[in-house]
Design a protein around this ligand. Structure first.
Ligand SMILES: [Zn+2]
Length: 207
């Protein structure tokens, strides 16, 4: 059977990693809003094409994003959706256009998320990624690949991490409530290694 899976979780909860594993394990498509927009830049909607907003440096409005995601899901034989819906209106739209088999919320404590987000380091020379806890370089502050200096991006400072999490909680709590009301929501403890978390998700899907 094909799977239609929605994965919800805060920045740093591991959605990207788990989505990739799910796509591989179940042979479904990993659909993200960003990829869907890039793949359908010139799709005509009532409000214009995504390209018209992207080239103007504007946020693509909700109704356009909704149509693009709908098209991407219609094209997929099974999917794991990641990064959408971002607010209650999008969640209600999604419920109207598709029957989800599972809605999984990766539950990770806020302080753990902050640690994960602020531990990222990137090489100033070659762009290689590291994490002080989960993927430390052999020598602190030095890139394994090229010997370049590892820096913390402005996006990964504690202040930015907390701002991103505040925005996430504000927008996503209603989304979580929506799917809880619909009876589809399963919470999975996301505080473990990626492989352990994946086993938990598989346990939910194979039930
Ligand atoms: Zn490097």
């Amino acid at each position: 059977m094909s799977h239609r899976i929605l994965l919800l979780g805060a920045p740093g909860a591991g959605k990207g990693t788990q989505s990739a594993k799910l796509a591989e394990e179940y042979g479904v498509e990993h659909v993200t809003t960003g990829d869907a927009l890039r793949a359908n830049k010139d799709m005509e909607t009532e409000y214009g094409t995504p390209r018209s907003f992207m080239e103007a440096g504007e946020l693509v409005p909700d109704p356009v994003v909704n149509e693009i995601v709908e098209a991407a899901l219609a094209d997929a034989d099974g999917f794991v959706l990641d990064g959408y819906p971002r607010n209650l209106e999008q969640a209600e739209y999604l419920s109207e256009i598709t029957d989800l088999d599972a809605v999984i919320y990766l539950d990770v404590d806020e302080e753990v998320l902050v640690d994960r987000l602020t531990g990222r380091r990137v090489c100033d020379e070659c762009g290689a990624n590291f994490h002080v806890d989960f993927q430390p370089p052999e020598e602190p502050g030095v890139c394994d690949e090229c010997g370049g200096e590892l820096i913390q991006r402005d996006d990964d400072t504690e202040e930015t991490a907390r701002e991103r999490l505040d925005v996430f909680y504000e927008n996503t709590e209603p989304v979580i409530e929506h799917f809880r009301d619909e009876g589809d929501l399963v919470e999975v403890d996301g505080e473990a290694t990626p492989d352990e978390v994946f086993e938990r998700i598989r346990g939910v899907l194979d039930e």
